[in-house]
Design a protein around this ligand. Structure first.
Ligand SMILES: *Cc1c(COP(=O)(O)O)cnc(C)c1O
Length: 197
């Protein structure tokens, strides 16, 4: 089983799991990987890690950990040195604190977006333990119709749910990753628009 925990730091509710290894015996069957793209705002620079537990045995009793190490050391030259130093800084005391502040800032953005949608009375989810807010497109619009409407009439951009698969059709994703003033401005534009929710 492969587990992508790119958004683990956004899980702030202590009752929710942040790693597959919180499940008993998961080390025997799960590989978890994570990226600093969201944890530390490293998008584009690219540095991450993969956890291949020693307990994970594949066919013929071979340790996958050993095979993965061999693969990584022969087929991959590693991320650029400057990016590695950046990643190292993330895990320093100051780095961890600054990342935490940054996450809190984005979560505050998420609250501003959720609160606005609440005012409109539009169905939405997320924005808690996650940096994205999903909403139902108004007037039964398709994801892409709503995308065009928002872009052309409200000058706000978001992500059409249809791109995530057929169950995403009719839904839309707003991101909390942005500057506070831009989030506030985007919500103001939504409030001032002629959109009928
Ligand atoms: C951003 C993201 C990642 C991280 O990708 P990178 O290539 O490290 O930038 C992984 N999974 C999901 C679901 C993401 O949104």
């Amino acid at each position: 089983m492969l587990v992508d925990s790119a958004y683990e730091v956004f899980v702030q509710d202590n009752d929710l799991p942040t790693s597959i290894y919180q499940i008993e015996n998961a080390k025997k069957c799960a590989i978890e990987f994570c990226s600093l793209s969201k944890t530390a705002g490293f998008t584009g620079t690219r540095c991450g890690y993969t956890i291949v537990p020693h307990e994970l045995i594949v066919r013929c009793g071979n340790s996958l950990n050993k095979q993965w190490l061999r693969r990584q050391t022969t087929k991959f030259n590693g991320v650029p040195y400057i990016v590695q130093r950046g990643a190292e800084a993330v895990f320093s005391k100051d780095g961890l604190m600054q990342c935490k502040e940054n996450i809190a800032y984005y979560m505050q953005n998420a609250s501003i977006i959720s609160d606005t949608l609440k005012e409109f009375g539009v169905w939405h989810t997320g924005g808690k333990n996650a940096p994205y807010i999903w909403l139902k497109c108004p007037q039964s619009m398709s994801s892409w119709d709503f995308f065009d409407y928002l872009l052309d009439n409200v000058n706000v951009v978001g992500t059409p749910g249809a791109g995530f698969g057929k169950n995403g059709e009719g839904f839309f994703r707003l991101s909390a990753f942005g500057k506070r003033e831009n989030v506030v401005e985007a919500m103001d534009r939504l409030k001032k628009s002629e959109l009928k929710w």
